[in-house]
Design a protein around this ligand. Structure first.
Ligand code: S3P
Length: 172
């Protein structure tokens, strides 16, 4: 069984997935890293040279690839949820946990970073709000949701572990 972390950019997926994998002695995999390794180019370069559609195609391949693994904590890119097949693949052998945060918190976390092409625009705060609005129904399909706005990665990890233990007990 895998644990799949989905959620908007800046909600803490990478830091939480790393810490969660350490805690549960599982492997950690980041879908964006898989995409970059397979393409031999950074996400920024893929967007700039080949466009978003090509990035989504590579993301789909990476999601398919990672879905065949087991005992992994998978950090996904914020847009992975938009594709039905991605979520079908990833949830086949995985529980899907969505991390959320307010638009203001997201902006404060991402504003000094430069590796997100979708936020390299004149008005990133507006882009965040617009994309959050569009994506909200997709994020809402996760098995569990945690608002990380006021939590550290370690606190989020503890909460996920508790939620998963509780869900496992109820299943017995
Ligand atoms: C994207 C999020 C990014 C990365 C790409 C597109 C998105 O990942 O996959 O820039 O569409 O939200 P993070 O959510 O890890 O920043």
């Amino acid at each position: 069984m895998n644990i799949i972390l989905v959620g908007f950019m800046g909600t803490g997926k990478t830091a939480v997935a790393r810490a969660l994998a350490r805690k549960l002695k599982m492997k950690y995999v980041d879908l964006d890293d898989v995409i970059e390794a397979d393409a031999g180019r950074s996400i920024n370069k893929i967007f700039a040279e080949s466009g978003e559609d090509h990035f989504r195609y590579l993301e789909k391949e990476a999601a398919r690839k990672v879905s065949s693994l087991d005992q992994q904590v998978v950090a996904t890119g914020g847009g992975v949820v938009l594709d039905k097949q991605n979520m079908k693949n990833l949830s086949k052998n995985g529980v899907v946990v969505c991390l959320t945060a307010t638009a203001a918190v997201i902006y404060s976390r991402v504003k000094d970073q430069s590796h997100r092409p979708l936020l390299k625009v004149d008005k990133p705060q507006e882009a965040i709000k617009r994309l959050l609005d569009i994506r909200q129904p997709y994020y809402a399909r996760a098995d569990f949701t945690i608002d990380t706005s006021e939590m550290t990665a370690e606190e989020t990890v503890s909460k996920i572990v508790k939620m998963l233990n509780y869900a496992n007990k109820r299943r017995v």
